[in-house]
Design a protein around this ligand. Structure first.
Ligand SMILES: [Ca+2]
Ligand SMILES: [Ca+2]
Length: 469
């Protein structure tokens, strides 16, 4: 059941309730409009979001938590909480995630995180078992990768040949490690699902698959076995690359294309793979996802690329990189969602209805909460199949935006639990036990701005954003 149907049913249940949720429409092409919803809010700080084979959205929070989110309702449970470097308040923390390619039969979740002190910590790739409730029984696959206060990567994906690809950063060492083939930093690593080294790696005694990277934080599978990656440049030349075995991506000798005399000399001597596209000054490119769904025909055969917006936060957007038919070149770039003025960290795609989910990371480096995961759906597209809602618990605020008096309606599961109202400046406005199915708020008592309601039951947590005019 999609959100719209759920909302309509909910409205039908409460016959007098007006439109439950503010909806913004986004025209993304001549024939396609996306409707915006807030899926989850008040989470700090979503780093990886992916669509699992169990039809849930799985999210890492840099602060060390993994959430499993029902895409139909936004109801989520916290399935892991670990201690990470600096509590995830700066670049290190819990980063990339991937699910086993046969997750229904082998429910393993792969995670990358940093532990230890900020400037002399380590990066670790681990496998965890999903027991239906939480992630348990950590198995460390690769550890003691040098970590730093900056540039730790790390996205992970699983390729069609069932290998883990993992990006690692130069940890701010100026690129010394990137060109050192014996270091695991500044690389794309290729790893068997059990943590061993694939015997068809460029060097069968090394995880290193490609090198000369600065800090790649975007990685996705494309068509025909193509691997796409985004990579942060220093102040110029953010890159969009195709990752190929045993190729040198140039850092620190080459930034972006081989287009200066010294770069051309280095590139010729070292078989450097140039990016497909580069951006100067840096815009801070991040999570990427290949899109080829008929729900948004204007975006078919494209790579969706999250853009954080740089240190000043002035370039944030979702970029649509339209690819050539063979996937080997970027034909053009479109930009959306800049008007949120929010760092965009990652995207995932609903494989049934082609809708997209976007994780936001606040307005400034290195990101701060509360953050939102938004959903953008073409409601004119009819999916062949849609996953059912996994629970019925829900919270609605109406009218929304709030002007004067408004009602917060809770489904019966919440009665007897605490509910909280927070402002987006972090202030707790209300924390009370819910003794009925609805409570009243008066927008005249609240400063104009964005707020959210949050409540948790044994089935999980629901959040709902509302605006006070
Ligand atoms: Ca490069
Ligand atoms: Ca260059």
């Amino acid at each position: 059941m999609n959100r719209k149907i759920f909302t309509l049913l909910f409205l039908g249940f409460c016959a007098t309730m007006p439109l439950a949720q503010a909806q913004t429409e986004w025209e993304v092409g001549p024939n396609t409009t996306l409707t915006e919803y807030d899926l989850v809010t008040g989470v700090n700080l979503p780093w990886e979001i992916l669509w699992g084979q169990d039809d849930y959205i799985w999210a890492t929070l840099r602060t060390g938590k993994v959430l499993r989110i029902d895409p139909a309702t936004g109801n989520y449970t916290e399935v892991l909480s670990i201690t990470v470097t600096g509590d995830g308040s700066s670049e290190p923390g819990l980063l990339g995630m991937a699910l086993h390619p046969d997750f229904p039969n082998t429910p393993t979740v792969y995670l990358v995180y940093n532990s230890g002190s900020v400037w002399s910590g380590e990066e670790r790739l681990s496998a965890w078992e999903w027991n239906g409730t939480e992630l348990v029984n950590e198995t460390i696959l690769v550890d003691e990768i040098v970590a730093g206060g900056i540039h730790n990567g790390s996205r992970i994906i699983i390729t069609p040949d069932n290998k883990i690809l993992m990006t690692t950063g130069d940890t701010g060492d100026g690129g010394v490690s990137s060109q050192n083939i014996n270091a695991l930093n500044g690389k794309t690593l290729r790893i068997n699902l059990d943590g061993s080294i694939p015997d068809d790696n460029p060097d069968p005694t090394s995880y290193v698959y490609s090198f000369g990277h600065r800090n790649s934080q975007g990685l996705c599978n494309g068509p025909n076995g193509i691997i796409y990656a985004s990579e942060h440049g220093q102040s110029n030349s953010d890159e969009f690359n195709i990752i190929e075995a045993n190729r040198n991506y140039g850092w620190p000798n080459v930034e972006g294309a081989c287009n200066t005399a010294s770069e051309q000399t280095f590139c010729e001597a070292n078989n450097v793979r140039e990016p497909l596209k580069e951006w100067s000054p840096c815009v801070a490119v991040n999570g990427i996802e290949y899109y080829n769904h008929p729900a948004i025909p204007e975006w078919e055969n494209s790579v969706l690329m999250s853009v954080l917006g740089g240190l000043g936060g002035q370039y944030e957007r979702l970029s649509i990189l339209h690819m050539s038919d063979d996937g080997m070149e970027v034909d053009s770039e479109q930009q959306f969602f800049s008007s949120f003025n929010q760092r965009i960290r990652d995207i995932c795609v609903n494989p049934y209805d082609g809708s997209i989910y976007v994780a936001f990371n606040g307005t400034s480096y290195p990101g701060s909460g509360p953050n939102i995961i938004k959903h953008f759906v073409n409601e004119d597209f009819t999916a062949v199949k849609s996953p059912a809602a996994h629970s019925n618990q829900n919270i609605e605020v109406y009218p929304n935006p709030v002007e004067g008096r408004a009602t917060i309606e809770f489904s019966p599961e919440f009665i007897g639990t605490n509910y909280m109202i927070y402002s987006f400046t972090g202030q707790l406005i209300r924390n009370e036990i819910l003794d009925g199915s609805a409570v009243q708020i008066n927008g005249d008592d609240l400063a104009p701005g964005q707020y959210y309601v949050k409540s948790t039951t044994q089935y999980g947590t629901v959040t709902r954003t509302f605006i006070v005019k």
